[in-house]
Ligand binder design. Structure first.
Ligand code: C2E
Ligand code: CA
Ligand code: CA
Length: 614
């Protein structure tokens, strides 16, 4: 090699192959001064490989001065060439279809060894189909890289060709096998454009498609679909079931897209989107109805039917927005509006822009819940006889990073809408039972459960685990259920209540007086406490009607063996009146607002609590 390098023409030293990162390098032709003084043109084809320590360089130097010397070089270096990952052909000059192979080294086993004398087209019928290949072979302009080209072999095989002139009248063809690389790249390309789970186009592809349509200015409708209860499916049946569920819905969506001759994509999570030419409003309406129907149709999972329902937002281009991003945002706003109002479908209109606060809230909720932004505040309940703290109610707050402390009115409904009720239950149970430890064994801690939460199949187990983990007495735990939720015709809520009672947990009917239940109707339920709604408590002094209700309810409740709490007590006069009527406990701003646990623990009110209370 040392001597060889010295013989390279001084003007071409730079061109001679040196270190390179590329695995496969075809060098630029360079001049070489032969011992006899003659100058010949050479070019190197070098393949670098790495064994575990150092790179191995293999190569062939091709004399490109004449066909003859080229052939000789190839033959001389046959051994090296054979170890290269390329099948090498030398073609004699001739018209395109008739170029004969004068030399073959079949290193990648294409089954063409010994095909000297036959034409290229005979030997490679697959490649002969490819115009680019044939043109290059007939008249290569320098080094031409072609491919990957697919070979119809027994197995799928992809090759790459390098074609270059070896003299004025001959052509060299290096064929390398790039199957592994090509298949890997195809997978990557697919993954970049398609969703793995459903096989539908993904968000990238969808946005591209939308971009093309909006550029052309054609009227376009976008349907954004979000499944309503997917999170519950995932949480209660597990991720594998969740995946199966999405796959099933994905294929239903694809069928609809085929029928409507439009495109559907999975944008991520449980979000799908259709894009279709917009001509006729009724056609889009029909599609939204078909989508809703498919989403309501149960999917068979683990032997039972699971249905989720969906919310759809519709936006139009160019009416609502022009760019793909803006269009998708309009559809998104409409979809969240549909979801919040449980309307199924909502078409975008400009008033929705103003409601984006709620929508941002909804969007942030999942992260907020897992980031611990939802915390329980505690409001003490006081014995109206002794004036001492006997219990406290856990009330959820959202410590929002920009909007400050939010009360449940701002987000409680949205939790249900977003399908995050189970997570709220976990937070409430965890923080309430942890608080019981801090508050000591005499304080009753209550927490609120809504209809969603009461239907969670995991609820009882969650209570059981928390009680055990914190080592608390279930007799000091109270679950508050609003009157409207108690009246559940399916019986699921009643069954849950009996299970809770069996654990030893007390149950209160909350907001009593706002629903339509009669107390005697509630007799069959395992209730221990009743909370009279604030609206009656507030008027107990001034409104005769309210006073009558409070008195009647208290007496009846006592007759049924229930303890009575008055909510929303704001003045000492009201507290005194309630005590006179015979209410057992009071809760309200008179004593304390809901506060963080630490604040309650260090409050004066809490310091005065009695050890003998119930
Ligand atoms: P609720 O169970 O009837 O809770 C009592 C509500 O009245 C609380 O509002 C409390 O802050 C408020 N309040 C207490 N004393 C007074 C008073 O003297 N005057 C007035 N004006 N209001 C008073 P908050 O915390 O906003 O909770 C509202 C509702 O949200 C609750 O009504 C309950 O139904 C629900 N909620 C709160 N936390 C949770 C929770 O963790 N899970 C569930 N499922 N629901 C919750
Ligand atoms: Ca309550
Ligand atoms: Ca209440």
């Amino acid at each position: 090699e040392g001597r060889f390098v010295e013989q390279i023409h001084p003007g071409d030293h730079r061109l001679h192959w040196t270190e390179s990162d590329q695995r496969d390098v075809l060098g630029t032709p360079y001049r070489y001064v032969r011992p006899d003084g003659a100058i010949v043109w050479l070019r190197d084809h070098v393949v670098q490989e790495h064994n575990d320590r150092r790179p191995i360089v293999r190569g062939v130097t091709i004399d490109v001065t004449t066909t003859r010397s080229q052939e000789i070089q190839l033959v001389q270096h046959q051994e090296i060439v054979q170890r290269m990952a390329a099948t090498t052909l030398v073609l004699a000059p001739g018209p395109m279809a008739d170029q004969r192979i004068v030399h073959v080294v079949d290193s990648i086993h294409l089954g063409v060894a010994g095909s000297e004398g036959r034409t290229f087209s005979e030997v490679f019928p697959d490649l002969a189909q490819d115009g680019e290949v044939m043109t290059a072979i007939a008249n290569p302009a320098g080094v031409e890289r072609i491919g990957p080209v697919r070979l119809i072999d027994a197995v799928e095989r992809f090759v790459e060709l390098e074609v270059f002139p070896i003299s004025d009248d001959g052509t060299a063809v290096l064929i390398s096998d790039v199957t592994d690389r090509e298949l890997a790249e195809r997978t990557i390309r697919r993954q970049a454009h398609y969703d793995d789970l459903t096989g539908l186009p993904n968000r990238v592809t969808f946005m591209e498609l939308l971009g093309r349509r909006s550029q052309s200015g054609e009227p376009t409708a976008v349907l954004l679909i979000d499944l309503n209860r997917f999170k519950e499916v995932n949480d209660t049946l597990g991720h594998l079931s969740g995946d199966a569920f999405l796959r099933a819905l994905g294929s239903r969506m694809q069928q609809l897209a085929t029928k409507w001759q439009c495109s559907v994509a999975r944008l991520g999570g449980d979000e799908f989107a259709f894009v279709l030419p917009f001509g006729d409003r009724s056609e889009v309406v029909a599609l939204t109805e078909a989508v809703l129907a498919e989403c309501r149709e149960p999917v068979e999972i683990l032997g039972s039917g699971v249905a989720s329902g969906a919310s759809i937002g519709v936006a139009l281009s160019p009416d609502d927005a022009l760019t793909p991003e803006a269009l998708l945002r309009c559809a998104d706003l409409a979809m969240y509006e549909a979801k919040t109002n449980r309307r199924g479908v909502r078409w975008f209109d400009p008033t929705l822009d103003r409601r984006s606060d709620d929508i941002d809230t909804l969007r942030r909720l999942p992260a907020a819940m897992s980031d611990g932004e939802l915390v329980m505040y505690f409001q003490p309940a006081v014995s109206l006889r002794s004036g001492r703290v006997t219990g406290c109610e856990a009330l959820v707050r959202w410590q929002h990073p920009t909007r400050g402390l939010l009360t449940p009115v701002a987000f409680l409904d949205l939790i249900g809408v977003a399908g995050l009720s189970n997570q709220l239950t976990s937070i409430a149970i965890e923080q309430a039972t942890a608080a019981m430890v801090a508050l000591g064994p005499d304080i009753v801690v209550s927490l609120n459960l809504n209809a969603h939460e009461l239907r969670s199949p995991d609820l009882i187990a969650q209570f059981g685990r928390a009680i055990e983990r914190h080592g608390v007495n279930p007799r000091k735990l109270l679950v508050e259920i609003t009157e409207e939720h108690l009246l559940d015709p399916t019986g699921v809520v009643a069954a849950t209540m009996h299970e809770l009672a069996a654990l030893g947990v007390w149950i209160a009917v909350d907001d009593f007086g706002t629903g339509y239940s009669s107390l005697t109707h509630l007799r069959s339920l395992p209730l221990s406490h009743l909370k009279i709604d604030r609206q009656f408590v507030t008027g107990v002094i001034e409104e005769e009607h309210d006073a009558v209700i409070v008195r009647a309810v208290t007496d009846l409740a006592h007759n049924l063996g229930l303890r009575v709490t008055a909510e929303g007590v704001e003045t000492a006069e009201i507290a005194a009146e309630l005590a006179r009527i015979g209410c057992d406990y009071g809760q309200g701003y008179l004593w304390s607002q809901p506060v963080p646990l630490d604040e309650l623990l260090t409050s004066e009110l809490f310091a005065k609590r009695t050890a003998i209370s119930g």
